[in-house]
Design a protein around this ligand. Structure first.
Ligand code: GLU
Length: 305
């Protein structure tokens, strides 16, 4: 397997020359554009990794999958879906447009910023600190890594530059989709996006989804089977921004990307895959990362359809 991964990495390394490292959050532009790594954790808990798999980066939008799982675990599903929809938006991840033009004004889905701000607001806790702690602990549990924490430089940078998210959050409050203190909800959202992980962490989280919510190491249930199915389904239909349809056709694996350059993929009953490559296309997906997943999907016959 390591040999295949090495071939995949070497073949697609050329694509790191294309695209741009994200800079709209100023701190993100410090990433090295030619870093590239891919890691697989399979159902027997074997780990295979090549390239920059221990390089830390912020999870960004990949966090939306895990926070969705938490929102579904903390609330009645009907309540969650009264606040956020189930349909792909076809718009960029940070678009505000449909919050005005949709009949219901409800965010289209939990994988775009507006929907994710809603799911973040649904995390339960006795205080802000308790919510933050519960959230971090869930990421640590899924990644089997107690050292996972927040990159405070990125967090501050997001908070400072996050006025578009701020605008959406206030609109969502105005229309009844979030309750309570908007700045507190945003703070938790910026913190979840600033969680620092590596490709191995992403592969482990992806494996928990691939195993339908069972921790393959100790057999414990980390989320219900239905929640794991819903998360994977949202990854398939909305996980790769407004390129999710093309990714489904070409790669055929549930996946979620983030503007930090990470992609988490989950092949049901087989493996979790973590990818890192910070140079992004215009839609926000890692160019070399997508190419590697496409290549790997063909070589290992991973397409779920
Ligand atoms: N923190 C980023 C934002 O809210 C996440 C975007 C992403 O990774 O798609 O703009």
């Amino acid at each position: 397997m390591e040999k295949i991964l090495k071939e995949v990495l070497d073949t697609n390394r050329k694509y790191t020359n294309y695209g741009q490292v994200a800079s709209y959050i100023p701190e993100l532009k410090n990433a090295r554009r030619d870093d590239l790594g891919i890691c697989i954790v399979d159902k027997d808990n074997n780990i295979y990794k090549v390239g920059n798999c221990n390089t830390k980066f912020t999870i960004q939008s990949v966090s939306k999958t895990i926070v969705l799982a938490m929102a579904l675990m903390d609330n009645e599903w009907t309540h969650v879906f009264s606040k956020v929809g189930m349909e792909p938006s076809g718009d960029p991840f940070n678009s505000i447009m449909k919050l005005e033009t949709n009949d219901t004004k409800k965010p289209c889905n939990p994988m775009i910023n507006a929907g994710a701000i809603v799911t973040t607001s649904l995390i339960k806790g006795s205080s802000f600190a308790d919510k933050e702690e519960r959230m971090l602990n869930f990421f640590r549990r899924l990644a089997k890594n107690d050292n996972i924490g927040i990159n405070y430089d990125v967090y501050k940078s997001e908070k400072m530059s996050g006025d578009r998210n701020r605008a959406m959050a206030y609109l969502l409050k105005n229309d009844g989709f979030i309750q309570g203190n908007v700045e507190e909800v945003l703070d938790l959202y910026f913190k979840q996006c600033s969680i620092e992980i590596d490709a191995v962490d992403l592969a482990r989280i992806g494996m928990n989804l691939a195993s339908y919510g069972i921790d393959i190491e100790n057999g414990e249930r980390v989320m219900s089977e239905r929640v794991s199915r819903m998360v994977k389904t949202f990854m398939m239909t909305c996980g790769m921004y407004d390129a999710s349809g093309e990714f489904a056709i070409k790669v055929g694996i549930p996946a979620k990307s983030g503007v930090g350059g990470g992609i988490m993929a989950s092949v049901p009953n087989r493996m979790g895959i973590g990818v890192y490559g910070p140079a992004l296309d215009k839609k926000g997906n890692s160019i070399a990362g997508v190419k590697m997943l496409e290549d790997l999907s063909h070589r290992l016959n991973l397409n779920i359809f």
